[in-house]
Design a protein around this ligand. Sequence first.
Ligand code: PGA
Length: 260
Amino acid sequence: MEVVIVAAPSEGARLVADAIVRLVRDQDEAVIGLATGSTPEGTYAELGLRVAGGSLDPDHVRGFLLDEYVGLPEGHPASYREVIRRQVVEPLGLHPARVCGPNGLADDLPLECRRYEAAIASAGGVDLQLLGIGTDGHIGFNEPGSSLSSRTRLKTLTASTRADNRRFFGEGDEVPSHVLTQGIGTILESSHLVLMAWGSEKAAAVAAAVEGPLRALVPASAIQLHPHATVVVDEGAAGSLELASYYREVWEAKPAWQGI
Ligand code: PGA
């Protein structure tokens, strides 16, 4: 696993956008796993700049969302389909059909989860999966206790995640209790995992995921099983890492052209 400690989230966003631009340049088509929440917003803004500057062709990008709330009405501003429409599809000029997400309004949710898994597989899998991390150690919406080999399925959010996400909902609007999320086993099948975290409130979860034991109680610790995982953190989120000075040494010694 590579751990990159950056001075500010904007620097991390540029590094991650560079990796995506390289991937799209080197392959005919790149499939990006799209996370939501505050963490990837800078990366999406940076990708918009790359499209505007001509270094990223949106017609060569496909996207798959990590997760979605169950039961939010079509067009609800907090639904992840809408968030990705505002933050990725429109600013990058992606054709909407090139981005898929699990349908949290499907009549048959288990069938929808199987359909979503099949859609990812038929796209050839995810090349680069963007991930945030919850303060409780979740990735996607795989809450503590999730099977480390889980597939896309229905999950119940913890009270702490619902409280963390309260800020995305209007007054009087309930944060849904249920979600559809790619499983940890699904996420681990992508070719490159890029987990980002900003701020000291993420420090404990990052340290547990990167340096703690592999355990279902910290779903993000599953990234330790992945052959190509990159963790990009700012100083605050790196605050509890035991090997921080080693990670800095390794990164400083790496040729700049290699990127993450
Ligand atoms: P955040 O959420 O990016 O809004 O901090 C991350 C997550 O819950 O995975």
